[in-house]
Design a protein around this ligand. Sequence first.
Ligand SMILES: NC(=O)c1ccc[n+]([C@@H]2O[C@H](COP(=O)([O-])OP(=O)(O)OC[C@H]3O[C@@H](n4cnc5c(N)ncnc54)[C@H](O)[C@@H]3O)[C@@H](O)[C@H]2O)c1
Ligand SMILES: O=C(O)C(=O)C[C@@H](O)[C@H](O)[C@H](O)COP(=O)(O)O
Ligand SMILES: [Zn+2]
Length: 356
Amino acid sequence: MKMIVRTASKSYPVFIGPASLDELGDLVVQNNYTKLLVITDEIVGSLHLDTLKANMPQEIPSVVYTVPAGEKAKQLTVFEACITHALEHGLDRKSCIIAFGGGAVGDLAGFVAAAYMRGISFIQVPTTILAHDSAVGGKTAINHRLGKNMIGAFHQPDAVLYNTYFLKTLPIKEKRSGFAEAVKHAFISDPAFLQYLMTEITDLATIADDKLAYILRRGIEIKAGVVSVDERESGLRAILNFGHTLGHVIETSKGYGIFAHGEAVMVGMIYALHLSEQVTGLRFSIGDFVQWAKQLGYQTTIPDDLEFQQVYQTMLRDKKTLSDQPRFVLLEEIGKPVIVDMDQKILENTFSKLKK
Ligand SMILES: NC(=O)c1ccc[n+]([C@@H]2O[C@H](COP(=O)([O-])OP(=O)(O)OC[C@H]3O[C@@H](n4cnc5c(N)ncnc54)[C@H](O)[C@@H]3O)[C@@H](O)[C@H]2O)c1
Ligand SMILES: O=C(O)C(=O)C[C@@H](O)[C@H](O)[C@H](O)COP(=O)(O)O
Ligand SMILES: [Zn+2]
């Protein structure tokens, strides 16, 4: 199946399904790429690189660069090594980078593409559930020890080829991480989708293929709808950050990769739901939601070793913060997000209640 993402700077196709890699050859020809650089990670490369290679047009020269798996890929040293590899192998301005992996590879490789010779093409070939979010919308970035995704650019891909066959080898922790972003998409825009998820999904290890396909498609539709209105987060796009203010702090404070991104976002969403109850008067059974999240294996409390004062300092560096005022995405209702400047005392009291 094919969807089109339309943003102010560019429109591009997202192909979803087991045959999506068939599109690669045509894309390479249509766009006249001179050379391809596949950036993948060591796990995805060892499991699936042969499948990707089998779908790459043999007449175009290609090279592969393998980076560490997970958040370790999103570092300046790895970014520099990718640029060096591209220079040493003669990539030019008409070359194309293929981001082959989950969100970490996508964010890194997209940023390499955004920066190399001031910007070349890239194609997302995502391999995780989470990537229904990360491969669409053009946010690319690497991390800084003081904050998540602090060094990056907006740079849209030429296409997204989402071969759902790759998802078969995902470990349960990564399924959980990716599913949390689908829950986020439901919370910010579609109460019926949230209801569907909470009713139909009771075990992440055994989601039926048709249900997973629907969840990915609906998540991409919601994300594409937001980025088509506000590509560079001048306003509306911030709603995609629901759960991320605390989520990113958890990732940064615990050390990148300890909590998977979506696992941290789940705790952040539960925090934001409690804040919403107090600040916007949200009426929603948080207890039922937390029970369901626990059943799916999520941690639903704030890690015990996090201290509010330190957490608050990291929140102040969040990209949504303006003039030292932390801003949160809260919900007035399910599907009705609002951006709110937050009072430190409310943040602290709710934080204390949600610690283990
Ligand atoms: N740019 C965006 O809009 C956006 C959106 C959401 C998240 N993100 C970022 O995405 C990253 C998380 O992405 P992710 O959850 O895809 O994680 P990931 O890319 O770190 O992959 C997680 C782990 O799963 C492995 N893996 C990937 N595909 C696999 C497969 N098919 N089979 C077996 N193992 C596989 C990887 O090697 C890695 O060890 C975070 O850095 C987050 O900040 C970006
Ligand atoms: O696409 C967006 O916009 C998002 O916020 C999606 C998030 O799921 C994603 O984690 C994103 O990388 C966060 O962006 P950041 O600007 O808060 O670093
Ligand atoms: Zn996210």
